[in-house]
Write a protein of this length. Sequence first.
Length: 390
Amino acid sequence: MKEKRKYFMAHRIGVIQRSKIRELFERASKMENVISLGIGEPDFDTPNNIKEAAKRALDEGWTHYTPNAGIPELREAIAEYYKKFYGIDVEVDNVLVTAGAYEATYLAFETMLEQGDEVIIPDPAFVCYVEDAKLAEAKPIRLPLREENDFKPDIDELLERITKRTRMIVINYPNNPTGAVLDKETAKAIADVAEDYNIYILSDEPYEHFLYDDAKHYPMIKFAPDNTILANSFSKTFAMTGWRLGFVIAPTQIIREMIKLHAYIIGNVASFVQVAGIEALRSKESWKAVEEMRKEYNERRKLVLQRLRKMPYIKVREPKGAFYVFPNISETEMSSEEFSEWLLEKAKVVVIPGTAFGENGEGYVRISYATSREKLIEAMDRIEKALEEI
Ligand SMILES: Cc1ncc(COP(=O)(O)O)c(C=O)c1O
């Protein structure tokens, strides 16, 4: 369709940016023989018992609208899950079933922030928070995450950024893009700051099950239950990215308001998808699959780290969570973006420039190891060869 006229659209849609990750991915998809370490998506298929549950649900007639907040049994299963895994009491009324963590974070920004409110967003951070802030007409205040501090927030730097307009802080551990995890003391300290200054925490926790060695996860609702909006997802845990299933845990008053917006944009998450979500959470079979995936990710993580450590110009810390490595490439004297483009041209390997996640990502690239070992080995061979020829 050839379009001659120019369409004038709302200002708000003009201020948000397409993700750089997608851009690179689309460019790479037009090239041949490219290995992508770019996309943050499990290469595993959804466990069979979950797929079977969705098929059964369709046959049983789960083809209608459900309550906006989700099927009561799924909300119960989510509450049960927090009790079982973390010993945390969550009531059904604290749970809202969403179309992935993306919708959960969007709802948090729209529900909690007024025009001009300040929201502290780490730098680097996953791409959607800043765009969500812009849509909510809130002001993002970036909090640097430093390699020497294992990409955890520094509490003094956090305190320095708090003003009278600060309403929310975003936390995401295990972290995308750095693979960092949060220790108990720092998690507690952030919770204390939030309580002392009456700030909400949006804690985005979709990688909570991908932890390695001695790493542990502490859901933020454990330490600041009255101030935390927890976003979570089935996408990564159960390799269900395409299903669009996630949830929010928050105080009931907040959930009640979020449901109003959710009801007008989504209505409800697909009914048979929700039924499959109950199976995912309650069946031993799916948790066995999660553990198998975690073990495989761990092997890949070790493989990638071992290879990167031997390469010239590359420095890398050991990440203990998610499925990302965030090596420092500054010795190449290329910027992150130059490095990513150079690597795509020279080695046909996609990595994401650290600056896609904020200015502080300069000097780093994100490598996703959610891809087969064979591909990872081939990609590491190519990267090593390219670096040796600099
Ligand atoms: C930190 C983080 N939050 C949220 C999401 C969105 O996930 P979902 O598929 O649950 O919407 C992602 C996906 O990559 C992510 O990495």
